[in-house]
Design a protein around this ligand. Structure first.
Ligand code: ADP
Length: 608
């Protein structure tokens, strides 16, 4: 049994070569038989016919010589007679050795008998002619020799005829043989063609079938079905290929299962961690449909994960503000954002630090959105209590402080008597500290208002140029006195914005006040305003002392001040915290860029 593909293909070729060889050999054999038949026809029968013709010729000459002898009595005639007799025997012997046909032998024997009689009769004729004369010899010739001569001629003709007949018959046989040969060769050729055709088709299909099966399996594996095994239908090279392919898919499967297993473990761990988080967490797909939510989320929003999976965020958590925030972060292509949000749920007010993380795929398309709601309601409540306390204490402080201020002013204006130098110095210090204290109390009250009472904001359409110009007017003189170059650059045709004029002026004033505080003679303060994509940017830039890196973000927190030796410039540490609150209530952001010794830039944005 041939196993290799090479061997199989060679076998098919050998079979085809063998078929051609058989057809060729059969053709050669039939042609050889045909040639033999033609040879038989030509050689044997032709030889007999030729012999009878030559015998006929010899006996006819002998007959003429008999007449010559009778009429002329010539001795030459007798010699010629016997020479032709020899000739007759020569051809007779050839014929006798060439008997090929049935009945031919009998003819030869009777010819021999008749010829012997013919010879005997001529001897008798010679006697008659010598003894009784020519006339009697002629009579004898007519009566005895002529009939024998006629008989032998007839016999020779018959002999010739037998052979001629056989020749004719043989010709038919040869024609038949030729026809048979033709049919045999034709049949063998047809058989060879048909067998070759079916044999080729059969073996081509047989050889190609494993390749087709392997290709089909490969397609399925390519589509990800690693369970597929290519059937091994042969033990040839294709069978080995299929075996190797199966080994490969098995290894791939093992690899995939192990990787998948590990991934599943990791996923389960991650899910367990997510589920265990004590604050609500929701995972959304890019169409804002819920993919996962944790137990805290189920409890807080009173939903069942199994029911809400696949539903739109708004369908489950009906909070427009929260969704707006998620949508804005998604739309702005930010990867992470967080902000504190006040959410009303079940008639109660909650504070959440909402953080949104975008999970991107390899093409940087957002695949998942993680919304984490850190519940800071309690912290906020404590903070509120603290602020309320500070606010009410500040409030309580304000009246006595105001009367303290008024009292010191009255004393310093000499309304209760003339002060000596020492008394005036003490009163100056009391007035300065009371001023600072009143400033702190005012700032604390302002902060508590902007933090917890949004209703104090009077939002109306304003022109930012107007706000900046009014602030500029307030500080121009002061700057000039300090020999500081205060100026502004405002982009033309800035859009109208919806803001609280007073509060925004407060922010700009605070930034200018700080800049004036931290600059010296010949320094410069520049106020700019320009439009970005969908917001207006307002900056206050100075060439003052600058802020150390570690304070850049912290200075917006309450009571944070850069530690320096010059305590005169110290304020309350609340100005930037209030400014941040006001900007954020307007939906904007505030930040600082600074280089120590070079100056600072404070920028805030207001949405258009
Ligand atoms: P304060 O009432 O103390 O000015 P702020 O919140 O306004 O409080 O400022 C916080 C601190 O940030 C300041 O004490 C100061 O150290 C720093 N600061 C603010 N603005 C500037 C500025 N333009 N240049 C340098 N430092 C500044």
């Amino acid at each position: 049994m041939v196993k290799s593909l090479k061997g199989k293909i060679t076998s098919v070729y050998l079979f085809l070569v063998l078929t051609i060889a058989i057809v060729g050999l059969a053709s050669v054999f039939t042609l050889y038989t045909l040639r033999k038949s033609v040879d038989g026809l030509m050689i044997d029968n032709y030889k007999s016919i030729n012999a009878s013709n030559n015998m006929m010729e010899a006996i006819e000459i002998q007959n003429v010589e008999i007449i010559n002898y009778i009429r002329l009595g010539k001795q030459d005639a007798i010699s010629s007679y016997y020479e032709n007799g020899d000739n007759f025997y020569k051809w007779f012997n050839i014929e006798r050795n060439n008997i090929t046909e049935k009945g031919e032998r009998e003819y030869v024997q009777s010819i021999q008998k008749t010829y012997i009689e013919f010879l005997k009769l001529f001897s008798k004729l010679q006697e008659i002619k010598n003894s009784r004369g020519t006339e009697k010899a002629l009579e004898y010739y007519d009566s005895s020799i002529i009939p024998v001569f006629t008989k032998i001629r007839q016999q020779l003709r018959d002999l010739s005829l037998i052979n001629e007949q056989v020749m004719i018959n043989s010709k038919d046989g040869v024609t038949e043989d030729a026809n048979n040969s033709m049919y045999i060769i034709l049949s063998l050729s047809i058989i060879a063609v048909v067998a070759g055709f079916f044999f080729s088709i059969f073996f081509t299909n047989k050889f190609l079938k494993p390749i087709y099966l392997l290709t089909e399996t490969m397609k399925l594996v390519k589509e990800g079905d690693l369970n597929q095994q290519a059937p091994i239908v042969s033990e040839d090279e294709i069978g080995s290929l299929a075996k190797e392919f199966n080994n490969m898919t098995k290894r791939l499967q093992v690899f995939e299962e192990s990787t998948l297993g590990k991934l599943m473990d990791e996923k389960n761990k991650s899910i367990a961690i997510v589920k265990g988080i004590s604050d609500p967490l929701i995972v959304l797909d890019r169409n804002f449909k819920i993919m996962l939510l944790n137990n805290a989320c189920e409890q807080f929003f009173k939903v069942d994960e199994d029911i809400v999976i696949g539903k739109h965020f708004l369908e489950v958590i009906r909070n427009g503000d929260l969704f707006d925030y998620i949508w804005n972060v998604y739309d702005s292509k930010e990867k992470y954002s967080e902000k504190i949000m006040n959410l009303k749920y079940d008639e109660r007010e909650y504070y959440f630090n909402v953080s949104i993380t975008m999970i991107e795929d390899t093409y940087s398309d957002v695949n998942e959105i993680i919304v984490f709601l850190k519940n800071i309601t309690e912290i906020k409540q404590v903070e509120k209590m603290k602020t309320d306390f500070v606010s009410s204490v500040s409030h309580e402080f304000k009246t006595p402080l105001t009367s303290l201020m008024m009292g010191t002013s009255l004393i310093m204006d000499n309304n209760v008597g003339i002060l000596n130098k020492k008394q005036r110095d003490i009163m100056e210090t009391i007035k300065e500290d009371t001023d600072k204290l009143l400033n702190l109390v005012n700032n604390l009250l302002e902060l508590s208002k902007v933090e917890y009472d949004k209703s104090i904001f009077e939002i109306k359409d304003c022109n930012i140029e107007e706000i900046i110009q009014s602030c500029f007017k307030d500080f121009y003189k002061c700057a000039e006195a300090k020999k500081i170059h205060l100026h502004y650059q405002i982009e033309k045709n800035l859009p109208i914005i919806s803001v609280d004029f007073e509060k925004l002026s407060w922010v700009i004033n605070n930034l200018i006040t700080n800049s004036l505080k931290f600059t010296k003679e010949q320094d410069e303060i520049l106020i700019t305003a320009y439009k970005g994509e969908d917001k207006i940017y307002v900056s206050v830039r100075d060439t003052g002392i600058g802020i150390p890196d570690e304070y850049i973000t912290k200075i917006f927190d309450k009571f944070i001040q850069v530690k320096d030796k010059d305590s005169d410039t110290r304020g309350t540490g609340l100005g930037l915290a209030i400014a941040k609150q006001i900007v954020e209530v307007h939906g904007g952001q505030i930040w600082c860029e600074s280089e120590l010794g070079e100056g600072s830039i404070f920028t805030f944005t207001i949405p258009v």
